[in-house]
Design a protein around this ligand. Structure first.
Ligand code: GDP
Ligand code: MG
Length: 290
């Protein structure tokens, strides 16, 4: 995976000059982690924990220190199940986030994956802001061979979702993936809209397994954390889809998000193609980068 390798280079360089876990090493490590986009708080916390373990366990050689750092970062990222809960029929996945982060694209990729696993997937075009939004989702529906429920431009997103849930129940669909608008006139409007969609799911599919996935663009760095905080407060989140990790060396944001928000990163977007969405596992990730 491209982005894993880029960060790997940074840490490999760091450990390449390793002689002992002294102050100079810890300082340099902290700086490197900040550069990799862990953010100051998370980088400081990681280095503090590492310092404590080195002292307590008398770690000396590079391999021991590397292993301890891996464990510390993996622990920070282990905050809940990285897999989607699709345990009911239908299950509903609401995909939210600001404009341009990759919501529609990620839904297309997810639809293709789930379809490949033999699931009956239905896409819901609840971004009714521009006709182009539903057209874009329709292209993904065709590409992945999944059904789509849409209405006219400007339709009430709640009405589209209502239709999609009714269709899912009638046709025995396994999963409804619901696209949403990223921009309403203001943030309060956007959040109110998401609240409405959530209520419709409660009412029409009580007891359904639900995911609310926030899509974040990794290239926005620490700004992603701010968005995530706001969405978490008002919409509740079960997971993060972190996109555009192919375009940045700064994948460390995944650690900051998990640690600061307690929300697991479930998928990583690593390109614009249909197969460019990878399930995200903390263990595999830290082993790749450190
Ligand atoms: N390089 C790259 N581009 C992506 C990725 N995910 C989405 N994009 C691109 O980002 C742009 C916006 O995506 P879109 O799905 O329309 O965003 P939305 O407004 O949130 O629905 C499109 O040009 C996508 O091809 C990714 O993981 N990597
Ligand atoms: Mg979209």
């Amino acid at each position: 995976m491209g982005f894993f390798n880029k960060i790997k280079n940074i840490t490999t360089n760091l450990f390449g000059g390793f002689t002992e876990a002294d102050e100079a090493f810890f300082d340099e490590l902290e700086e490197t982690l900040i550069l990799a986009d862990l953010g100051v708080d998370t980088a400081t916390d990681a280095v503090e924990q590492l310092r404590a373990r080195v002292r307590k366990e008398h770690l000396r050689d590079q391999e021991e220190v590397r292993k301890a750092l891996r464990e510390i970062l993996a622990d920070m990222m282990s905050v809940g199940d990285p897999a989607l809960d699709l345990s009911t029929q239908p299950s509903v996945v609401l995909v939210i986030g600001v404009n341009g982060v990759g919501k529609t694209t990620s839904i297309g990729k997810m639809a293709n994956q789930l379809k490949g696993e033999g699931k009956h997937v239905l896409l819901c075009a609840a971004d009714t802001f521009r006709a182009a939004a539903a057209d874009q989702l329709q292209i993904w529906a065709e590409r992945s061979g999944c059904e789509l429920v849409r209405q006219h431009e400007g339709a009430d997103p709640g009405a589209v979702l209502f239709d999609a849930l009714a269709a899912a129940k009638a046709r025995g669909a396994d999963v409804v993936l619901c696209d949403t608008a990223g921009r309403l006139h203001n943030k309060a409007n956007l959040m109110a809209e998401l609240g409405k969609l959530s209520k419709i799911i409660d009412r029409e599919c009580p007891g359904a397994a639900r995911e609310t996935l926030l899509v974040l663009d990794a290239t926005t760095g620490q700004n992603g954390l701010i968005q995530a905080r706001q969405f978490k407060e008002t919409a509740g989140l079960t997971g993060i889809v972190l996109t555009k990790l192919d375009g940045t060396a700064k994948g460390g944001i995944v650690i900051a998000i998990a640690r600061e928000l307690g929300v697991p990163v479930k998928f990583a977007g690593v390109g614009e193609g249909i197969d460019d969405l990878k399930p995200f596992g903390p263990q595999e990730y830290v082993e790749a980068i450190i």
